[in-house]
Design a protein around this ligand. Structure first.
Ligand code: HEM
Length: 414
């Protein structure tokens, strides 16, 4: 059923609020989540789901309430229960700094953050532009191909290989490990089908990276992530699982999210030809297009916290130990904060007003790097005046965590 048909069916015979479970991954695979969240924002913005495959959890669905949770890390912990609605089975947990509270979070974040600092980005831009040009110029003309594989994955994987100074010919290993780290093991096309298999694969990744680490730790410090961690005071003695966990974080952080924004932006523009026309008429809108793409796509669907004490949120009583899920997809469509939020508009007055990068102490480390990659991609597409036509519907990821596009058939008409 389409989103509109679902909304009509729900209006005719509304589902009881208590039975709504927005953690169902099929909602995102079918892209039918919008009406459910619109209803929650309207009728019960802090919603309790007592029974789901992931246990009981609170949903926070409005922009300002999500912001309140983000900014109160003393009450809403990332460390107690992790960052996903699904609890990782304790034996298979790999820890990393996105799942830590201060003070451990603070020092580990400080070690890797410089990789995406403004002075570094200036030198990355040259490399990114060169590679983007090469990839775009090599794309087939007048034949259908998959944009996700040939452009989104290719460009983000190249970027990751640069960040890690990873052996170039083997860079698609990074794509594979990223998919392994975030996949829903129940999805039929997942690269691994159990937590045991996932852990085994990530341990193999750890062994591979350990070799690179050994090279870098004995060489002078450089500005790649492995060298930075190998020489960083707070990261050089990390236990094995923390080492692997942090690598996984950086690989997923820098890969999946940007990849899906590259695909989501093209899809949104193809569905909104008027916006594409505005962009072609005024290429200075590219930075605004990038921000709007990141809001509209919302590559990370949710982040979860765990209450460290009894508390109250927008009038609801949250108990110590409760699971609290911030649904960024919903906050980014909150009509009380963002004008006409379901529309894709490339010249919004405040394009950066979105929650896709989170907020507070865990706000995305790579936001400027992701913006840069997307900006360069669109500048180069416009410079070539490429006529890219989407030839069929996207195939979406079965996940309640990453809003992903797995395949997008396109054709460049030349
Ligand atoms: C469009 C692209 C991206 C999106 C939408 C995105 C989204 C996010 C979100 C939602 C968070 C958690 C924020 C919170 O809990 O408040 C996060 C954290 C993080 N991101 Fe990104 N990200 C993107 C690109 C990147 C890139 C390119 C990198 C790596 C270079 C990266 C590395 C990280 C890291 C390391 C964290 C953990 C920060 C912390 O816990 O302190 N991300 N990102």
């Amino acid at each position: 059923m389409t989103t509109a048909a679902l909304a009509a069916a729900d209006a005719a015979q509304p589902q009881p609020l208590a039975s709504i479970d927005v953690s169902d991954p099929t909602l995102y695979e079918r892209d039918t989540w919008q009406p459910l969240f619109a209803r929650l924002r309207r009728e019960e913005p802090i919603h309790y789901c007592a029974d789901s495959p992931y246990g009981a959890y609170w949903s926070v669905t409005r922009y300002n309430d999500i912001m309140a949770v983000e900014l109160d890390h003393a009450t809403y912990s990332s460390e107690l229960g992790g960052i996903q609605v699904r609890d990782a089975p304790p034996d298979f947990t790999l820890t990393n700094f996105i799942r830590m509270d201060p003070p451990r979070h603070t020092s580990q974040r400080r070690t890797v953050a410089p990789v995406a600092a403004p002075n570094n980005l200036v030198s990355y831009e040259v490399t990114i532009r060169e590679r983007t040009r090469t990839v775009l110029d090599a794309l087939p003309r007048n034949e259908t191909f998959d944009w996700v594989d040939k452009v989104s994955i290719e460009l983000t994987t190249m970027m990751l290989a640069t960040l890690f100074d990873f052996p170039w010919a083997e860079r698609r290993k990074l794509t594979f490990w990223s998919d392994v780290a975030v996949c829903n093991v129940d999805a039929p096309d997942a690269p691994v089908h159990s937590d045991e298999e996932r852990l085994a694969e990530l341990m193999r990744m750890g062994t591979y990276f350990r070799e690179l680490w050994k090279e870098r730790v004995n060489a002078p410090p450089k500005l790649d992530l492995i060298s930075m961690m190998a020489h960083g005071q707070d990261t050089r003695d990390m236990p094995e699982r923390e080492f692997i966990g942090n690598l996984g974080l950086l690989i997923v952080g820098g890969n999946d999210t940007t990849r899906n924004s590259m695909s989501g932006g093209l899809l949104a523009l193809s569905q909104n030809p008027g916006e594409l026309a505005k962009l072609k008429a005024n290429p200075a809108l590219v930075p605004s297009l990038v921000a709007e793409t990141i809001r509209y796509q919302t590559p990370v669907i949710h982040m979860r916290r765990t209450a460290t004490r009894d508390t109250e949120l927008a009038g609801r009583k949250i108990g110590k130990g409760d699971k609290v899920v911030m649904w960024y997809v919903s906050g980014n469509r909150d009509e009380s904060v963002i004008d006409n939020p379901d529309a894709f508009i490339v010249d919004r007055a405040k394009p950066r007003q979105h929650l896709s990068y989170g907020a507070g102490i865990h706000r995305c480390v790579g936001d400027r790097l992701a913006d840069l990659q997307l900006r360069v991609l669109w500048e180069e597409i416009l410079a070539r005046d490429l006529d890219i036509q989407v030839m069929g519907p996207p195939r979406r990821l079965y996940s309640n965590f990453i809003r992903g596009i797995r395949e997008l058939p396109v054709r460049i008409v030349a």
